[in-house]
Design a protein around this ligand. Sequence first.
Ligand code: AMP
Length: 407
Amino acid sequence: MTSTDPTPSRVLVLNSGSSSVKYQLLDMAGSTRLASGLVERIGEETSRLVHTPLTGGDKRELTGPIADHGAALKAVSEELAKDGLGLDSPELAAIGHRVVHGGLKFSAPTVITEEVMAEIERLVPVAPLHNPANITGIRTAQALRPDLPQVAVFDTAFHTTMPEHAARYAIDVETADAHRIRRYGFHGTSHAYVSRETAKLLGKDPSEVNVIVLHLGNGASASAVRGGVCVDTSMGLTPLEGLVMGTRSGDIDPAVTFHLERVAGMSTDEIDVLLNKKSGLVGLCGDNDMREIRRRIDAGDQRAALAFDIYIHRLKKYIGAYYAVLGKVDAVAFTAGVGENAAPVREAAVLGLEELGLAVDGELNAVRSDAPRLISPEYARVAVAVVPTDEELEIATQTYALVRSGT
Ligand code: AMP
């Protein structure tokens, strides 16, 4: 770099799935988003790239076979180059990767070295669906820009502060330790971001407030955050535990799995698919989109109504549980696709909890907005908030801070 070159301030955020890559390019100096997009159905004939320039220009869509993650990232790079944002630019400071499982070792964003890769690899048995895809994404990005720092931001990191009594399952300790079976929690980047933003909304420092964060998307999880520190969360060894989700059952008696094996003759893989992909809202009523479920309820559909009630009942139980865990709650924050958009879910989740200081104001709850906002009436002891999550911004912020600190 010459002395006239600007300090690199762009960060590319990559969220790599087994057959997809979501990306966002941000400029951290001006806190602006430059572009975002998605490549899906990688490895199929019908791959699709949707690219959105965010500083002007129209959304572009490309269809046709994209063989692998390498080809996907190359196609993304070509699209970015058309907007003058090519990944070969000296302005790119780092690439930040969402990595789902960091186990206990990674409690903070980490510059990726071969040792770090080996540890992410070692965690594949506890995250078989996610970590291999993340590894592929990292290798691909390393090949594209071997000169750049690549940073891993772990979904589990925020939850590594959970005390042992919240993180351990009540099973034989030797067996648990031998196989690293414990509660790790996920969506941590979102829980961290939303709990901090909630404190900001209340005009307080995160260390001064206790927050229950309800991340309700297609995957869903709750967390109890005391003074900015996570003390419990609803997902466990895998993202299957906890709330009723779009396609996952959430909490279930583990004996159901023995029963399915012994009585229904299902294999372990079949049970895995049943509980992860064919359960939750989709298993209960055939739809996992809350918009469609609400439409069906309004049309008098009983199955959709029961699915909604089961979803809300579980949500309420977690609010109550985390209220008890925290002792004192300053705010309950709703986030992600359902939490940010579905007013009836927010209303139903706190209905009847007035004695706990929780209430929702009908008018405030009905407002549609992208901004963090309070939806509780003034008299309520506990603030109820809608706080849009922004995992990409959080990954970019953590990545940039780490690179700037020279760690
Ligand atoms: P996420 O995983 O955070 O992207 O959330 C996706 C889910 O959010 C979808 O499956 C829908 O159930 C829900 N969702 C998105 N938009 C709305 C909306 N306007 N009203 C109700 N639910 C919505």
